[in-house]
Write a new protein. Structure first.
Length: 284
């Protein structure tokens, strides 16, 4: 399993990194378009759409992304769109986690499918717009999510259950603890401070999400924003876990040997990318 994970990770990096750092963002748009289409296919399967229907869903999502590209939405500021997307993620994400696994399957399938494909479309739009701002800006968002996940894992392993006997969401993801969430939040705050220090020392390129937040809203906004994004990354992870548990699936698919599926790798990014673009566009 470890060998599979390493090989898959190396192959993904060999595909993603050249596209990310290439001066022409066309390559990044195309690579992420393939990933989003794969995620849309997985979403159909998790919601029992069937093989053919899942391929149709992936095609529909792909067409929606290409239409946004053709209409010029990738380059145009979208403060209203990102604010609406952020508000929906906060309200709907909280409602889904509160109602639990059993209620998910009771929702109309058209609503579940359409909502998931909309979320993937928004995530693609956000990840492309973030790359248009700059490589450092996009990386600062990605690394924030990764730091929240890694710090939460180690904090949960070390202190899970020590300070809070209540699990985070036992019916959805029994392994997650509040100590893990708090550890993830500490991790992203430290990340933001270190990133800013390195950026100001000229070690890291700018602008990053952190420098944008700090320069436009001060230290308090920076602190609140990174904590909020870390919390929403947990929401994204829990929502995907809820859907998988409802479908009786351990992974969203086996497209990435050793890692599960595309949705398993991007679940925490689905809310954080649009929300990060909300902060950027509104403050601009």
């Amino acid at each position: 399993m470890l060998k599979q994970r390493i090989i898959t990770a190396i192959v993904l990096l060999l595909i993603l990194l050249p596209a990310l750092f290439h001066h022409d963002t066309l390559y990044w748009r195309l690579v992420t378009l393939v990933l989003i289409a794969a995620g849309a296919w997985e979403w159909g399967r998790l919601n029992r759409l069937g093989q053919f229907g899942s391929w149709i869903g992936a095609f529909v999502c792909l067409v929606a992304c290409v239409m946004a590209w053709d209409l010029g939405l990738l380059a145009a500021p979208q403060p209203l769109l990102w604010t609406l997307a952020g508000g929906i993620w906060v309200l709907v994400g909280a409602a889904l986690i509160k109602t639990g696994v059993s209620r998910w399957g009771q929702l109309p399938r058209a609503l579940r499918l359409g909502g998931g494909w909309l979320v993937l479309w928004l995530a693609w739009l956000a990840v492309v717009q973030a790359r248009e701002v700059g490589v450092a800006f996009l990386l600062s968002i990605l690394v924030l999510v990764w730091m929240a996940d890694v710090a939460a894992y180690f904090a949960g392993k070390a202190w899970g259950g020590r300070f809070s006997a209540v699990k985070l969401a036992p019916a959805i993801s029994p392994g997650k603890s509040w100590e893990g969430v708090w550890g993830g939040m500490v991790g992203v705050v430290l990340l933001a401070l270190v990133w800013l220090a390195l950026e100001r020392a000229g070690v890291l390129a700018s602008p990053s999400l952190y420098s944008h937040l700090q320069s436009r809203g001060g230290w308090l906004l920076l602190l609140l924003a990174v904590l909020f994004l870390a919390a929403m990354s947990v929401v994204g992870d829990l929502v995907e876990s809820l859907v998988k548990r409802s479908a009786g699936a351990k992974d969203s698919s086996r497209l990435l040997p050793g890692h599960g599926g595309v949705l398993d790798r991007v679940d925490a990014l689905l809310p954080t990318l649009p929300l990060a673009m909300m902060f950027y566009s509104v403050l601009n």
